[in-house]
Design a binder for this molecule. Structure first.
Ligand SMILES: Nc1ncnc2c1ncn2[C@@H]1O[C@H](COP(=O)(O)OP(=O)(O)O)[C@@H](O)[C@H]1O
Ligand SMILES: [Mg+2]
Length: 232
């Protein structure tokens, strides 16, 4: 029996990014990368190697200067700003180093309303928010405010928020960068669990040890892919 290759969730084809200046900064110099459904990949590289630039381009937060980005086969250059913003809301989950929760909102409101996608009804989103907070172990804290939580717990809320709307891919930029080592381990365990449950996840980190705990590791250097552990 032949197994079909899983569909590509994200494709970068010849992606270059330069930032204007004198001289301009060539942050990405020609990236070809395919992320398939169900992968969990660490993206590593020294500071300035282009990790955040690449994540922003993958998340449709920024445009490449040259090259193409496809998400589930959809070429992003063909989309208007409005369509891009809708795509970000529906198909991409973001997790940031600084959590970025809204201070005055309860946890369930943060998860349920902290998405751009407004397609589902409010009651449906609240219901999903409760389900997701329960999944990340905070089902008993629904009405708490972010400041009542530890850093690790706040990051769990951000993880739950990233899962709203069942995104095609989750992009995390240094998700453990603000956490102590024990709490980091818990968040990493949670990412592994989500991946086992089917989520496709990219984690930017400068921590090679953390990245090597993931099934795949891609290393950037000077705006190019230096190595890809998945390569044959
Ligand atoms: N908005 C910007 N304007 C100009 N240069 C930038 C900008 N953002 C990043 N850079 C430069 O692009 C390169 C890659 O940066 P970045 O993607 O942030 O790397 P990393 O996340 O790996 O540290 C660096 O040389 C950085 O100084
Ligand atoms: Mg960075």
């Amino acid at each position: 029996m032949t197994r079909e290759t899983p569909p590509a969730v994200m494709e970068l084809i010849g992606v270059q990014k330069s930032y204007a200046g004198n001289p301009p900064v060539e942050a990405l110099r020609g990236i070809d990368l395919t992320i398939n459904e169900g992968e969990l990949i660490g993206l590593v590289g020294t500071s300035g190697s282009g990790k955040s630039t690449m994540l922003n381009i993958m998340g449709a937060l920024d445009h490449p200067t040259e090259g193409k980005v496809r998400i589930q086969g959809q070429d992003l250059s063909a989309l208007s700003d409005r369509q891009l913003s809708s795509l970000r809301g529906k198909r991409i989950g973001f997790i940031f180093q600084q959590f970025h929760l809204i201070a005055g909102l309860s946890l369930v409101e943060n998860v349920a309303t902290g998405v751009l996608y407004q397609g589902a009804s409010r009651s449906q989103r609240i219901k999903n928010g409760i389900r997701l907070l329960t999944k990340v172990g905070l089902g008993n804290r629904l009405d708490h405010l972010p400041h009542q939580l530890s850093g690790g717990e706040q990051q769990r809320v951000a993880v739950a928020r990233a899962l709203m709307g069942e995104p095609a891919i989750i992009l995390a930029d240094e998700p453990t960068g603000n956490l102590d080592s024990k709490t980091s381990e818990e968040i990493v365990k949670l990412l592994h669990q989500l991946n086992k449950d089917g989520s496709t996840i990219i984690v930017v980190t400068h921590d090679r040890e953390l990245a090597s705990s993931f099934p795949g590791m891609v290393t950037l250097r000077d705006g190019l892919v230096e190595s890809d552990s998945r390569a044959q």
